[in-house]
Design a protein around this ligand. Structure first.
Ligand code: KIV
Length: 272
């Protein structure tokens, strides 16, 4: 079937499951635009997450709550147009799936139809089970997200590490099993003790992707702007920074300003 053929081998949920089964770690990063997503795909990232962290790094909000479904669809479709190989997951924004499962399905269908993404991600366990089941029943792959769930920041009151007490830790374990049994293809665990994350990755069969959840999980995710050194003020303990792009961009812009003001740019080769 020609319409299913491409010259690249696409990462699918099945590929990710096989990676977990053979112990190969999964690398996931966020992206929100065409240019960055093209670079991530060229570098052969396994999963591109169009995270609702776009509310913070693209739109400048303090929380992820204000971002809308329409905005996520613009970011999602920009990323999908760039990506040939990676699995693209789009976050369901706050308020688009918690209300009831019909609303959740309608939101997920809009994301899949209007972005062309491969899957959706949503936050929560048992409390969103009905929504998860309904989305899955429409054939839409769902990635779960447990531990620190930023859409619940007003309930938590802090972005500190979650599940340090036994009761909450056991709830996270239970929710991971619930999401697995419902049919989620993977779960993100954010900012929980490494030992707890390792236990969950052992107990559930589906891939567990960690952010601030230690090394003994099946993969890692970071926000692109954080790991590139663009969000200079954000320095959580779990973050490893792989570049100085914030400084590099400022320096490039400073040089440009100097060249414009000194009339060095454009020169005779840079005109018609
Ligand atoms: O929105 C996001 O970027 C996320 C990751 C932190 C997992 O959910």
């Amino acid at each position: 079937m020609a319409y299913l053929q491409t010259d690249v081998t696409k990462v699918t949920t099945r590929v990710l499951q096989n990676m977990k089964n053979r112990g190969e770690k999964i690398a996931m990063l966020t992206a929100y635009d065409f240019s960055m997503a093209s670079l991530l795909d060229r570098a052969k990232i396994d999963i591109v997450l169009v995270g609702d962290s776009a509310a913070n790094v693209m739109e400048g909000y303090n929380t992820t709550l204000p971002i809308t479904l329409d905005e996520m669809i613009v970011y999602g479709s920009s990323v999908v147009r760039a990506v040939k190989r990676a699995l693209v997951v789009v976050d369901m924004p706050f308020g688009t799936y918690q209300g009831n499962s019909k609303m959740a399905l309608a939101s997920a269908i809009r994301i899949m139809k209007e972005t062309g993404a491969d899957a959706v991600k949503l936050e929560g366990g048992e409390e969103v089970l009905e929504s998860v089941q309904r989305i899955l029943s429409a054939g839409i792959p769902v990635m779960g997200h447990l531990g620190l769930t930023p859409q619940s920041i007003n309930k938590f009151g802090t972005y500190a590490v979650r599940a340090t007490e036994e009761e909450e830790a056991e709830r996270v374990v239970k929710d991971a099993h619930i999401l697995e049994e419902a049919g989620c293809f993977a779960i993100v665990l954010e900012k929980i003790p490494a030992k707890l994350a390792a236990r969950i990755a052992q107990e559930v069969r589906i891939p567990i992707i960690g952010i601030g959840a230690g090394p003994e999980v099946d993969g890692q995710v970071l926000v692109l702007q954080d790991m590139l050194g663009i969000t200079l003020q954000f320095k959580p303990r779990y973050l490893r920074v792989y570049g100085t792009f914030g400084e590099d961009i400022c320096n490039a812009v400073r040089r440009y300003i100097t060249d414009v003001k000194s009339q060095d740019f454009p020169n005779e080769h840079e005109q018609y």
